[in-house]
Design a protein around this ligand. Structure first.
Ligand code: ZN
Length: 308
């Protein structure tokens, strides 16, 4: 699935010369909503509907040019060092602690009291919400007098590394700032009493990679954003780093051989770009939000889910 839209007006430079009537600054081009890139320069619509009427849609364009690249093609074969990196990850496997599956299983309950689920229900049809909850194994946990949403970190080997507990406002879907984020390995009686938990985080959503080796990956910072975005744009596997700090090479090596696009929150583009430039593999950083946000949206630091 690819989504294209007409470029929003952003000054005269966002309007081009019409290929039909040749009037300057009258032609609106289509852009790829994911990458923020233009389609071919004659795909668009002339603003002079009555005097010109030129409109060449993305659909027509791909019908007429079936071989045109929709996006950068995925690498045909994985890089040579792919196996090595995977096995390195496997060796690490022996030294991280795992959360017993029973703790995760017991959390898959009480969605009525889970404010994030309540919020999802305001955006999606019930069957979509159910699909999202199953896909990411979202859980519910009651502690310190409040109900938290658990975002489990399950790796490609299906090991549960930990779970992040976040409290939400059910109406706005915003994080409840009065309730600090907690971690299951730090609060669950069985895990914290042992005091030997060896935490090694993985990407949120990593487990969904194992069933699908070809779909491109979209990376965002927050778990909530990943869940909402996959409901809206399932053409990507949406994964979350959990924080800017966790956007790092060691955590992303598991994505080697895939096309990866990161969507930083508004205002974070430069920092993500800077970090990505230090990686030994390519991660595209989308500037879609930076290009399309209003000043007000920028102030709020919105993320891609707010735009979808
Ligand atoms: Zn025209």
């Amino acid at each position: 699935m690819y989504l294209f839209m007409l470029e929003k007006y952003n000054g005269r430079n966002s309007r081009f010369t019409c290929p039909s009537c040749k009037q300057t600054n009258q032609f609106t081009r289509y852009i790829d909503t994911i990458t923020g890139e233009y389609l071919a320069d004659h795909v668009g619509i002339c603003n002079r509907a009555n005097n010109c009427g030129y409109h060449y849609s993305p659909k027509q364009y791909f019908n007429d040019n079936p071989d045109a690249p929709r996006r950068e093609k995925l690498p045909e074969k994985r890089p040579d060092n792919y196996k090595k990196i995977i096995s390195k990850k496997g060796e690490e496997g022996s030294i991280f602690s795992k959360v017993p599956a029973s703790i995760l299983d017991n959390s898959i309950t009480n969605y009525n009291g889970n404010h994030f689920v309540t919020y999802l229900n305001t955006i999606f049809q019930p069957e979509v919400v159910q699909h999202l909850l199953n896909l990411y194994q979202i859980g519910t946990y009651y502690i310190y007098g409040s109900t938290y949403t658990i975002f489990w970190q399950i790796d490609v080997g299906n090991n549960v590394r930990t779970g992040k507990l976040i409290s939400y406002n059910p109406q706005t879907g915003h994080r409840n700032k009065h309730k600090p984020t907690n971690w299951i390995h730090a609060v669950h009686p069985e895990l914290k009493s042992a005091n030997t938990f060896n935490l090694k985080q993985c990407l949120f959503g990593e487990h969904i990679l194992s069933a699908d080796s070809s779909t491109p990956v979209a990376l965002v910072e927050s778990e909530k954003t990943a869940v909402i975005a996959i409901g809206k744009l399932p053409c990507y596997l949406w994964l979350a780093t959990g924080s800017l700090h966790e956007f790092k090479q060691s955590k992303l090596e598991i994505l080697l051989g895939r096309r990866v696009v990161a969507f930083p929150d508004l205002g974070a583009y430069d920092r993500w770009q800077q970090k990505a430039s230090t990686f030994s593999f390519k991660v595209d950083i989308s500037n879609y939000l930076e290009i399309h946000a209003t000043d007000e949206q920028r102030k709020e630091g919105l993320d891609i889910a707010d735009f979808l």
